[in-house]
Design a binder for this molecule. Structure first.
Ligand SMILES: [Zn+2]
Length: 474
């Protein structure tokens, strides 16, 4: 039997959660064609995998690389941590369909450059990616806030009937053109005034396509309980599966609240399809004027258009230097993004260990000083939380990075090492895998990731991008 490539003698962790086993993986074109003991097989190329884990390429279901896949298609930040598939368009903000011109409201402006080309339809964006594919497979949610920006002259009020209908039609079209679900972000100003009813109307459209309602909830701090209740209500009234993005309990006063939120999710699951994802860090990252600096024990400025020289510095130090309070310093730095230390390690671990939780980076690859999650999320889970803390088994952690997100978001043929699946494969050293990115030096490829294949093409090897750009648009 003949294959293009044989991954020889590795320890296969197949993505389903099943126990690891020794075996070979044969790949021809973009597919896995055989798995197991394959001594009689020959191939044009053999990849020696002794003492290495061979796993499905990781799937990051929550990133903000909508524009990065166009402007920096080599996607080093993703490949270098073993990620082969990403989902964009999260938190209510997608790059398409976007008809508004000129300056974009935040946080859409963090994701899409004011002067970048606009994609008035999702099909136009999808086709552009097909013409010039990035290095990783890409799927996209359609953002409710983006639809609001298109259809409403004043974002500070609920949508009226005509506007709601226009948004619903636009969403319907984008989902017909390949958008994989709906995202909302009522936490952020462009959608803060939206009513629960408006969100239910959007979720009904997602439901009619068999897609999920994916939400950065209205509140993740003092009112996280109410926000969860609203999310469940939306799911029930629209008969739509709901997915809570980057679940967290933000702010000192809310530390420990994950006991309550997870038991609420447990209860809701009896009558509703509920899922969630989370990041393995105690700091979050978003626009600097999100109000989070008042809940945080420490804030690092990630990026500032007004004062680019302040990137990487502590907000408290900047305020002291300027002789201002924190609020005034925030105002002076805008537009800006920040890194906010607002979570409790015990909540992070409790949420990560919960049986429905998928791993995500929530990465925004902007500027010189992003959150280290952009480069280090998946190796941090496998190194720190699996090997050092023992929070999850290796098999279970990989399941939450592969088959679980693939099944949740309907990414067929992804997330498993099995015959017939797409050949998205990561080979790594389980004893050495570790994030190298830190809050001080956030742009660094992780350790222990040896080689990464996307659709059967070698895309990353020994800390180097191979320039394959073999991603599909899903
Ligand atoms: Zn978000």
């Amino acid at each position: 039997m003949h294959a293009d490539i044989l991954f020889r003698g590795g320890t296969i962790v197949d993505g389903t959660g099943a126990a690891r086993y020794r075996g070979d993986v044969a790949v021809t074109d973009d597919r896995i064609v055989a798995v197991g003991a394959l001594p009689d097989w020959v191939a044009g190329r053999e990849v020696a995998c002794a003492d290495r884990i061979v796993a499905p390429g990781f799937i990051d279901p929550h990133v903000h690389h909508d524009e990065v896949v166009l402007t920096d298609p080599d996607m080093d930040c993703m490949l270098s941590q073993g990620v082969t598939t990403i989902i964009n368009g999260n938190c209510g903000f997608s790059i398409a369909p976007l008809s508004a011109s000129g300056a974009l409201p935040q946080p859409l402006g963090m994701i899409v450059d004011d002067t970048a080309p606009r994609f008035a339809s999702y099909a136009a964006y999808r086709d552009r990616l097909r013409q010039a594919p990035p290095a990783v497979n890409t799927a996209c949610l359609i953002g409710h806030s983006t639809l609001r920006i298109n259809e409403m002259d004043d974002l500070g009020r609920p949508a009226d009937k005509v506007e709601t209908l226009a948004m619903a039609r636009s969403l319907d079209r984008a989902l017909s053109e390949g958008g994989i679900g709906l995202s909302t972000g009522a936490f952020y100003p462009p959608a803060r005034a939206s009513t629960t009813e408006e969100l239910i109307e959007m979720a009904r459209v997602a439901r009619s396509h068999g897609k999920l309602y994916v939400t950065h909830m209205r509140d993740e701090g003092d009112r996280v309980i109410e926000a969860l209740e609203e999310t469940f209500q939306i799911g029930r009234e629209a008969c739509c599966g709901v997915h809570v993005s980057h679940h967290k309990c933000a702010g000192l006063a809310n530390h420990g609240l994950s006991h309550t939120t997870l038991s609420m999710i447990d209860k809701a699951r009896h009558s509703l399809d509920v899922g969630l994802d989370t990041t393995p860090w105690t700091a979050s990252s978003t626009m600097l004027n999100s109000g989070r600096h008042r809940q945080a024990t420490r804030v690092i400025v990630a990026d500032s258009t007004a004062h680019p020289e302040m990137a990487g510095r502590d907000l408290a130090d900047i305020a002291a230097e300027w002789g201002t309070d924190l609020d005034e310093a925030v105002e002076r730095l805008l537009p800006a993004t920040g890194i906010f230390f607002i979570m409790d390690e015990q909540d992070v671990q409790r949420i990560m260990a919960y049986d429905r939780t998928i791993i995500c980076s929530d990465g925004i690859a902007r500027g010189e000083h992003p959150h280290p999650r952009v480069w280090g999320t998946f190796p941090r889970v496998l190194g720190h939380y699996v090997r050092e803390v023992g929070l999850l088994s290796l098999e279970e952690a990989i399941r939450r990075m592969t088959s679980m997100p693939a099944d949740r978001f309907g990414l067929e043929g992804r997330g498993r090492i099995e015959a017939g699946a797409f050949a998205d494969i990561v080979v790594f050293d389980a004893d050495r895998i570790k994030e190298a990115a830190t809050y001080d030096t956030p742009i660094r490829p992780s350790e222990g990731i040896e080689t990464v294949f996307v659709n059967g093409r070698e895309s990353w090897c020994a800390f180097k991008n191979k320039g394959a750009r073999a991603g599909h648009i899903l």
